[in-house]
Design a protein around this ligand. Sequence first.
Ligand code: F6P
Length: 343
Amino acid sequence: MKKIGILTGGGDCPGLNPVIRAVVRKGHNEGYEVIGIKNGWKGLVENETTKLDMRAVSGILPRGGTILGTSRTNPFKTEGSVDKVKANFKTLELDALIAVGGEDTLGVASKLIKEGIKNIVGVPKTIDNDLGCTDYTFGFDTAINIATECIDRLHTTAESHHRIIVAEVMGRHAGWIATEAGIAGGADVILIPEVPIDLDEVCAALKKRHQRGKTFSIVVVAEGAQFKDKGLVTQEARLDQFGHVRLGGIGEILGVEIEKRTGYETRVSVLGHIQRGGTPTAFDRVLGTRFGVKAVELVMKEKFGRMVALSGNKIVDVALSEAVSSLKTVDMDLYNIAKEFFG
Ligand code: F6P
C-alpha cells in the first residue's frame, strides 16, 4: 500500500481541517494509507506522526485550526535538521508528502525538493492571501468575514459616541485583509503596506467627512502599513526562524496622531488572532476540500514539485518554486475602488 504524509505548517487558519479530511478521504478511496505529521516541519525533524484513518477525520470539516498542530519550524535553520527530515522521510516509507502552508512552509518544501526529497506537493493556505500563483488561499475568506463583522460592530459604537475608531487587522506585508474587509465593512479610510501612510491625507479625509455632517469614522489599518519615512511597527525585535518580525501596534500610533491632529476623540481596536480562529466559511471549506482532492490527484499522477491553486473558478497546479518566489500584494485596481469611498 502506498503511503502519503501530510503536514500543516506556519500560522494556522480556518480550512486546514477540510484539506486534511479531503486528503484522507480521497487517499483512502484511491487505496493510499495516509499519515499525519505533527506540528509542521518539526514533526518531520522529530519523527512525530499520527495515523489518519476515516475515523480520525470524522467531524473535523467545520473545525477551525488544524488537528495536526503546527509550528514555525524551519529545518534549514538548525544544524542537522534537514538530514533528519531526509532520514525520517525514508524511515516512514513515504511515497509522497503533501505540505499545507504559506510562503514559509512551502518555501521549505521547495528547498527540500532541491535537496533531493522530490515527492512533494504543496497546498496554499494563509489568511493573508499573499501567496503567488493562486487567486485565493483558503483561510482568507473566513478572516475577511470575521473582520467585516468586527467593523460592523465598531460602526455602531463609533456612531453612538461620535468617535473615530481605528481597526488594526492582520495580513503581514500585504493589505488584502484590510482592503477587502474595509470595502465590505464600509471603512472611511483604509491603510495598507503597499501605500505609505500620509497622515495629512488621512486627517483631511476624516475632516471632509465630518464637514458633511458625519460625527464618526472607521479607519482600517493593516498591521504591516508604514508611515512615510518610518519603518515597520513591531511588537518585539526578535525574528522568527523565517526572519519575520512580529508586527502589531501601528493602530495605536495612528490613533494618537489622528486625535492630536483632528481633535476628534479616537479609540483603537486590534482584531488580532480572532481573525484566524474559529469555524471556516463555506467558501473556505469548499476551497480546502477541492485543494485536498486535487493534491492527491497530483500525487497519483506523480506531478511532484507542484502546488494546487485557484485560477478563476478552476483548480489548477502550478510550479511550487514559482509560487513562493514573490509575495502577492494588493491589486491597485481594487485599492482604487476602496479609495472612492474614503472621506
Ligand atoms: O501569517 C498569518 C498571520 O496571522 C499574520 O497575519 C500575522 O502577522 C502573523 O501570522 C501572526 O503570527 P503569530 O500567530 O505567530 O502571532
